[in-house]
Design a protein around this ligand. Structure first.
Ligand code: GDP
Length: 469
């Protein structure tokens, strides 16, 4: 809360005003000057705007002809934290040298002051009020703390001075609340949409690649097995095409449904006019949005090209599980050299492509396709995986212990906890404070840690940092 300090020479009615503002008899009041000995604080407020009132009555000395050292020291301390001061004078008495001394001192402080002419009930107040202008602290507000008069005027004068601070504090409280809400939401989400994947559920698969990589040939090869559930013609629209077919996993002998999404090959099969064939790469990537796993098909006779890397990054950015298949293996020269070369290029290239599963296939002969499809199901499981909370926290504590967050410019960055808020792709949120100052290198450290230590391989992992500011 904003702090408002009540200041004035002894016996002007500071404690009475304090009691009036706070509404409780917190300060001891007596006609004898200097009767209140301790600093009193209490919450005061009107119309939703609250502040903490501080009564400085206890700091006075009996001697009201001077500004005693003790009072000055204490008042100075309290004024340091203050957002405004209420300077109280007695409107029924003439200004005293002490009033003037306090007024002079307050003018030198960097705190807004509201001048309160107390004891202004009835007429006797008037002369003192006029005289009070001479303090150079603006218009005196006539108040009767004892009779509760003029209090509304006091608030009117005070609120513009502390309103900003109050608003800012409210904002901060809101932000803190937002974090708490985020946490609650995250936890709810974690419980809600992270249900385990049924490994036997149909797999949505998209095949992408540069023209001539062999996509059509591959799709035809897969579908020509005469195991289609729905003909492509049935589902063809410009925006969504999917064909369900059954793949028998030779390893387990079990049937799996694969939903093949919107590929050029399917269009060809459906005898869709030529211009659809000439879709740009970007357009072809439309299928990626609907896929769980995306196979990027390379041409063994051409190797890994820049365009392939662009497509690959796009797939990862979209949060899909990516695998790369080198097609036309049947006509590859120096196959193992090619394979290792591409593997190395992926490791050294974009960080996000490190560890992407790589396969050698031939759409023509069918070589490697079963292995690739089996891996696609496994990749989907990884992509859909939920890390048990205990394991996640263990990793988090360990990662922070090994390499604590830096303190750039001496600002301490606190990472409080981590939670997995989603799967497919796996999404994590780390809550903390001052995260805006966290270097990207440290963020990368955490992200790589999640991927490696929690066994997500090359599956894209999302990490969000949340802090109040
Ligand atoms: P798309 O543009 O990616 O759909 O490529 P296509 O499927 O039309 O294939 C382009 C060319 O590569 C065609 O001549 C295919 O016959 C040939 N092709 C595709 N896959 C293979 C393969 O595995 N081995 C060989 N030798 N040729 C292939």
């Amino acid at each position: 809360l904003p702090q408002v300090v009540i200041i004035g020479r002894p016996n002007v009615g500071k404690s009475t005003l304090f009691n009036r503002l706070v509404g409780k008899k917190l300060a001891l009041v007596d006609d004898q000057p200097g009767v209140t000995r301790d600093r009193r604080k209490g919450v005061a407020g009107l119309a939703g705007l609250e502040f903490e009132a501080v009564d400085t009555a206890g700091w006075e000395d009996e001697d009201d002809r001077s500004l005693p050292g003790r009072m000055r020291a204490q008042t100075q301390v309290s004024l340091k934290d203050a957002d405004a001061a209420l300077f109280v004078i007695d409107s029924r008495a003439d200004l005293t040298p002490l009033d003037e001394e306090i007024g002079q001192w307050l003018r030198e402080q960097n705190v807004p002051v509201v001048l309160i002419a107390n004891k202004a009930e009835g007429r006797s107040g008037q002369s003192g009020i006029l005289e009070a202008y001479s303090l150079g602290l603006g218009e005196p507000i006539p108040v009767s703390a004892e009779h509760g008069e003029g209090i509304a005027d006091l608030y009117t004068a005070l609120f513009p001075l502390i309103g900003d601070k109050a608003e800012q504090l409210e904002l901060e409280a809101e932000q803190a609340a937002a974090i708490a809400a985020d946490k609650a939401r995250a936890l709810a989400e974690a419980g809600e949409d992270l249900e385990e994947l049924d490994p036997k559920a149909p797999l949505s698969l998209a095949i992408v690649g540069r023209p001539n990589a062999g996509k059509s040939t591959l799709v035809n090869r897969l579908l020509d097995e005469d195991r289609m559930l729905t003909g492509p013609e049935a589902g063809i629209t410009r925006d969504s095409i999917a064909v369900d077919w059954v793949w028998t996993d030779p390893k387990s002998g079990e049937d799996r449904v694969i939903k093949l999404i919107d590929t050029a090959g399917m269009r060809k099969r459906a005898k869709v006019v030529d211009k659809l064939e000439k879709l740009s790469v970007a357009d072809g990537l439309h299928a990626v949005d609907y896929a769980e796993v995306v196979v990027l098909l390379l041409d063994a006779t051409r190797g890994l090209e820049v365009q392939d890397l662009k497509i690959a990054s796009r797939v990862i950015e979209e949060g899909r599980a990516l695998m790369i298949a080198i097609n036309k293996w049947d006509i590859a020269e120096d196959p193992s050299g090619l394979f290792n070369g591409i593997r190395a290029a992926l490791e050294e290239g974009l960080a996000q492509l490190r560890g992407v599963p790589l396969f050698a296939v031939s759409a023509m002969t069918g070589k490697g396709l079963d292995t690739m499809l089996g891996a696609a199901f496994e990749l989907r499981e990884q992509w859909s995986r939920r890390v048990p909370t205990a394991a996640l926290n263990r990793w988090f504590d360990d990662a922070l212990g090994k390499n604590p967050p830096p303190a750039p410019g001496g600002r301490r960055i606190k990472l409080r906890y981590i939670t997995q808020v989603g799967t497919r792709p796996p999404r994590f949120v780390i809550f903390g404070t001052r995260l805006d100052a966290l270097p990207t290198s440290y963020e990368r450290y955490l992200l790589n840690g999640i991927r490696k230590a929690l066994d997500f391989g090359a599956v894209p992992v999302r990490l969000t940092l949340k802090s109040p500011k």
